[in-house]
Design a binder for this molecule. Structure first.
Ligand SMILES: [Ca+2]
Ligand SMILES: [Ca+2]
Ligand SMILES: [Ca+2]
Ligand SMILES: [Ca+2]
Length: 303
């Protein structure tokens, strides 16, 4: 090898290895719950009903395996109810129409079971048509995001798509969070993930309770409490920098949902980031979460 070629080769190899390392060390990831790792668009209504088959597995609240949808990328989710007994992890489509007119179809299920909400029929300025709820007690208008109104409530937030909830009436085909709360815990498989750092957690609704982020070094935790007043409100929490052991959200005695978790680092054990992983990560990374205020309302939708 002549010297020029040798230098050029070293330079190319150095650049390659530097860029691979840089990519690995800078991989951010928004866990927004809209897609399975293979890119499948998740349908909360199917998941609380007949189920959604991804690969060779059918995921549903009936099968109690919704928390395992992302296990191949190192994320697994469990839930308990307010009595600390095991509960079902569920998903909710927040890009929805609250208090929809009678006859509003539930996509892909063939159900036309919406109630007459009278003068409280809702609107979605985003044009969302998937029902948030089908009766006053089935579904959750207060988990709607985007811009809209129902009854005396109006809201104006960035739409959040699919949310993570503790499912009430698992398998009845109507996604609905538990009215009296419980805990959702997100665990990280460190045999797959070398670095997990959380930059921001987004919650939806007038949530009350606390967040617990524990760090692998055991020296500190992030543990804020919250007690919000506005239906459909978005709130964000920014953990301190550090390697995360697990994340738990305690919805203390009241309903609510996780909208997204933004990771400042979410790296696989191998130093290199493979092409499929990059594709996977880009499928999940659907952009920054922005926030805006909504209007104060007094109506209670904590069921
Ligand atoms: Ca349900
Ligand atoms: Ca509910
Ligand atoms: Ca509420
Ligand atoms: Ca609710």
């Amino acid at each position: 090898m002549n010297n020029v070629f040798k230098i050029a080769t070293i330079a190319i190899l150095s650049t390659l290895s530097a860029s691979v390392l840089q990519t690995a060390n800078a991989a951010t990831f928004t866990f927004n719950l809209n897609n399975a790792p293979d890119g499948t668009v998740l349908d909360p209504y199917l998941i609380d009903g007949a189920g959604q088959t991804i690969g060779s597995t059918t995921y549903s609240t009936n099968n109690n395996n919704v928390g395992q949808i992302w296990s191949s990328i190192g994320i697994s989710i469990t839930a308990v109810n307010s009595s600390n007994n095991p509960a079902r992890v569920g998903l909710f489509q927040s890009n929805c129409l609250p208090n929809p007119p009678v006859g509003t179809p539930i996509p892909n299920t063939g159900n036309f079971t919406t109630t007459n909400f009278g003068s409280n029929t809702g609107t979605s300025n985003n044009g969302f048509t998937v029902p948030c709820n089908t009766t006053a007690s089935l579904g959750d208008p207060d988990l709607a995001t985007g811009k809209g109104n129902y009854g005396s409530v109006s809201y104006d937030t960035p739409s959040q798509g699919v949310l993570l909830i503790i499912e009430e009436n698992a398998g009845n085909g109507i996604p609905d969070d538990l009215g009296n709360g419980g805990k959702i815990r997100i665990n990280f498989d460190r045999s797959i993930l070398s670095s997990v750092k959380i930059g921001e957690i987004t919650l939806v609704d007038d949530v009350r309770g606390s967040i617990l982020v524990t760090y692998t070094d055991g020296t500190s935790n992030f543990n804020p409490t919250f007690n919000l007043t506005e239906e459909n409100e978005l709130s964000t929490y920014n953990p301190t920098d550090g390697q995360v052991d697990y994340l738990e959200v305690d919805f203390s005695g009241r309903s609510g949902a996780i909208g997204s978790v933004f990771f400042t680092e979410f790296n696989t054990v191998a130093v290199e980031v493979s092409e499929p992983s990059k594709i996977l990560l880009s499928l999940f990374s659907l952009g920054l979460i922005l926030f805006s205020k909504k209007h104060l309302q007094s109506e209670d939708y904590d069921s």
